[in-house]
Write a protein that binds this ligand. Sequence first.
Ligand SMILES: *Cc1c(COP(=O)(O)O)cnc(C)c1O
Length: 390
Amino acid sequence: MRRVYLDNNSTTSIDPRVAEAMMPYVKDLYGNPSNLHSFGRECAEGLAQAREQVAGFLNADVEELFFTGSGTESDNWAVKGTAYAHKDKGNHIICSPVEHGAVLESVRYLETQGFKVTWLKVDEYGRVDPEELRMAITDKTVLVTVMLANNEIGTIEPVEEIAAICRERGVCSHTDAVAAAGKLEVDVQSLGVDLLTISGHKLHAPKGIGALYVRQGTVIHPFVHGGHQERGLRAGTENVIGAVGLGRACELLKSEWREDAARVKKLRDRLEKGILDRIPEVRLNGHPELRAPNVSHFSVGYVEGEALLLNLDLEGVAVASGSACSAGEDGVSATLEAIRVPPLFRNSPVRFSFGTGNADEDVDYTLGVFEKVVARLRDISPIWKTRKNN
Ligand SMILES: *Cc1c(COP(=O)(O)O)cnc(C)c1O
């Protein structure tokens, strides 16, 4: 059976060229980069090169780039590290309601620690309004965190405008760029943010490596204590293998992302159009244009999300039903809650997320399978029948 992987926003395959770059560090170069002997030095060099590659991709300085254990850790550190570092100034945080759980839960945690939070509203596409943000900033505001592209529905947030407002008011701005890196321009200078998160396994590097960009002059508390690594801000012997992989992936993306994104967008658009043309009662979520080029998120009326996912999987097609990492008590994700998806479409999210490994045949196969599976599930749905008889 053919297998089609359309869940690249959950994780990606490791690019063979990334694996190749990591191999010497897997096999031979095992030193601790903190050690002064040759074994340590050769690993320190690999780490330094990786930092240059990641910094180069983000248009940052190497001193502004910190390796972490994941996108989740980078988000936690950015949020808690800046909130605590600015406690003398105030205790107010501004956050969007469509953030990844790593940001949402960090902010909610701070709420239990005496911080006050303003949750911005979003429009039907999941976009925040910079003017609402401007009005929400007070003398006590210490951090604004709004992601660059939403991982579920792909909507792109006006981060440049947000960062400009924050700068004007002397407030720290963080953006989670995990779902954007490799699909959209991620340039810390043009974005103007003070902190930015990326994650290795979302861009064809391995799992367990992330990075946080911290603009020169931004005050942040350390998050992991216990050593001098990462300029004393993130202790723990460095994940050299992972960092080298992330570095190589970023180096490749720097020259390839535009072409990759354009190619993937063509595939995405064809799948999207095919579904909208062939299947009635589906709703496309996310912004029609201001959207990551690799994501297509649908709500399918009269079917149940999990059944859809499992039936697609039986046919070899891997997608996300969108509820894995961020479902609330009623099983609906915070993002779908925030964009107020109508009841009929609330329980059947399906996210297709493309990656560089996908090809034209994947689209054709998936279209065929999707049409068949939706028809089959609707056939056994009592409400679909009553709807047709009406
Ligand atoms: C996957 C993801 C994360 C978490 O990154 P991990 O490296 O898996 O911890 C954070 N934010 C967004 C938007 C993501 O898609």
